[in-house]
Design a protein around this ligand. Structure first.
Ligand SMILES: Cc1ncc(COP(=O)(O)O)c(C=O)c1O
Length: 441
């Protein structure tokens, strides 16, 4: 690597992407991007194709991909079973406006992996499933208020985004800090809450701010005591953490679970499932009996169902998840060794999605999936540093999610990991040399 500024070098090696970015800015309001996690200065690469753990851009650069469809592609890009299923279904029709066998098979596969799901309904994405979960809980309990935890993400819809977001009417939402059962119980005891929403694994992509499992284990009992529906949002963790979802890892049974990402095998999908008595609100009845109609043009369409069935068949044995967790552990171990050798305060932690923390190590967790501090502001901070690292990594052939997550799959190889570790070490070295990162004193 030369002493050329990383931004100049990136622009020089991505000339066609730069041209596309100029075009994109004329049509997309969000600085040319179509999702806030895809915004990067000066711009992200423009991808032409992808296969397995790799993707290639319009300028001929190759990347090891740790974005993986924002966490959907635990089987990697274009898994042959899914490609075959989708191609075959395409020729048979993509929308019948009627029932079909694949939607039943898809639901049965999901139910068989996640026993808390007695009944299920499909949607186009995860946040739609969360919106329905809120509605179901309101009708079921006769209450309106939503209890949520700080830094837990459930989508961008009105009652799902962070408080203070412009353009929302969030009167119905109460946000409380995680990790304090007294606060949870105090709120629940008011008996105003229809639903308590909890992100599987912890805040942000499977647990950038991890949960203490015992805290979460106490939530079903507390919500039951005060008549609130407990929702576990497993849009990220469902069928990623294990073939039973994160709920099977820590041994809890939510009233409702929402799913998304992996269940669609790479096509857009969401689902809400859980207790029959709650889900039965969707069963047609005559008013004033409790009934919500469920619409959505793309719900369980045959194309997505075909991809979903092919994917879920591969998730069932648990091998996919074991493999993703195993390569993630390899990257975590080797990446942390690099941080240690380069004398940089930081830590990679997490399970099949690794999160990067830059900052002092406040304690040495016995379990290396956990961060070295539980200070939330520190865990989510250092964004400009992480953005800089993201650019350095791209320049060395590694693409990460937003500026801070390495999302692993069952198809990342040992060679991918070793190449990534070298790119990580070289990037950190270069950042020290350019003065954007300091070594520990
Ligand atoms: C935990 C969680 N819930 C819900 C959502 C929303 O899912 P979707 O983007 O499919 O609507 C996301 C998206 O990243 C998520 O991370």
């Amino acid at each position: 690597m030369t002493t050329e500024n990383i931004v100049e070098e990136y622009i020089r090696t991505h000339p066609r992407a730069q041209k596309l970015h100029e075009r994109a800015k004329k049509v997309f309001a969000a600085n040319g991007a179509t999702h806030s996690a895809r915004i990067l200065e000066p711009f992200r690469p423009y991808i032409t194709h992808a296969k397995g753990s790799r993707k290639w851009d319009i300028d001929g650069n190759e990347y090891i991909d740790y974005v993986l469809g924002h966490g959907t592609l635990i089987l990697g890009h274009s898994h042959p079973d899914i490609v075959r299923a989708v191609q075959e279904q395409m020729a048979k029709g993509v929308h019948y406006g009627s029932g079909h066998e694949l939607e039943i098979e898809w639901a049965e596969l999901i139910k068989s992996m996640m026993p808390s799901i007695e009944k299920i309904e499909f949607f186009s994405c995860g946040q739609e499933a969360n919106m329905m979960a809120v509605r179901l809980a309101r009708v079921f309990t006769g209450r309106t208020k939503i209890l949520r935890f700080e830094q837990n993400f459930h989508g961008w819809g009105d009652q799902l985004v962070a408080p203070g977001t412009l353009g929302i009417a969030a009167d119905a939402v109460m946000i409380i800090p995680g990790h304090d059962l007294n606060i949870v119980e105090k709120e629940l005891a008011t008996k105003k809450y229809a639903i308590l929403m909890t992100e599987g694994g912890g805040g942000h992509m499977g647990g950038q701010i991890p949960w203490d499992a015992d805290f979460v284990r106490a939530l079903p009992g507390l919500t039951k005591k005060y008549g609130t529906v407990w929702l576990l949002d497993e849009v990220v963790t469902g069928f990623r953490d294990s073939n039973g979802g994160w709920q099977s890892v820590i041994g809890v049974t939510p009233d409702l679970t929402t799913l998304g990402k992996t269940i669609g095998g790479g096509l857009g999908a969401g689902a809400v499932g859980g207790r029959t008595d709650i889900m039965d609100i969707l069963k047609p009845k005559t008013p004033p009996q409790k009934y919500i109609s469920h619409t959505g043009t793309w719900n369980a369409n045959p194309l997505t169902a075909a991809a979903g069935v092919a994917a879920c068949k591969l998730y069932i044995g648990g091998e996919v998840q074991r493999r993703a967790n195993q390569v993630a552990a390899d990257l975590r171990k080797k990446g942390n060794q690099v941080l240690k050798e380069l004398n940089i305060n930081g830590r990679l932690y997490g399970r099949s999605i690794l999160h990067l923390h830059f900052g002092p190590i406040e304690y040495e967790p016995s379990d290396d999936t956990l961060p070295p501090t539980m200070d939330i502001q520190k865990l989510i901070g250092g964004l400009s540093l992480k953005m800089r690292l993201c650019l350095h990594l791209l320049q060395r052939g590694v693409s990460i999610m937003g500026p801070r997550q390495f999302i692993l799959s069952a198809v990342h190889t040992e060679e991918d990991i070793d190449q990534t570790v070298k790119a990580f070490a070289d990037s950190l070295d270069a950042m020290v040399a350019e003065g954007t990162l300091n070594r520990a004193t």
